[in-house]
Design a protein around this ligand. Structure first.
Ligand code: ZN
Length: 97
């Protein structure tokens, strides 16, 4: 039973990790895209600087909120911090991979 439970935690962790690994490049890409919009007004027309800044802040905010919800230990529910490739939860010590 103990083994089944830890398999379940590892599966759940892998799912959260893949979501996180998808969200990071997506956020970077959106930021680059917004920076490009600012640098190349010939592409989509001149956009107000405030609008681009607001867009970038929104992208960051969405990423932070997403990580806050997603990037939690499947066992203890604590936020897992900066290391996406951790193999153990710092808080409860459960094995994650
Ligand atoms: Zn934990």
């Amino acid at each position: 039973m103990q083994h089944e439970a830890s398999q379940q935690i590892i599966r759940e962790f892998k799912l959260r990790q893949s979501r996180q690994l998808l969200a990071i490049p997506l956020t970077v890409l959106l930021m680059l895209f917004l920076a490009l919009l600012h640098k190349r007004p010939d592409l989509f027309g001149e956009l107000p600087r405030d609008m681009i800044t607001a867009g970038q802040l929104a992208v960051i905010a969405v990423f932070v909120v997403f990580s806050f919800v997603n990037w939690r230990c499947p066992a203890c529910g604590k936020f897992m911090g900066g290391d996406v490739f951790r193999i153990k939860c710092k808080k409860c010590g459960v094995r994650l991979g």
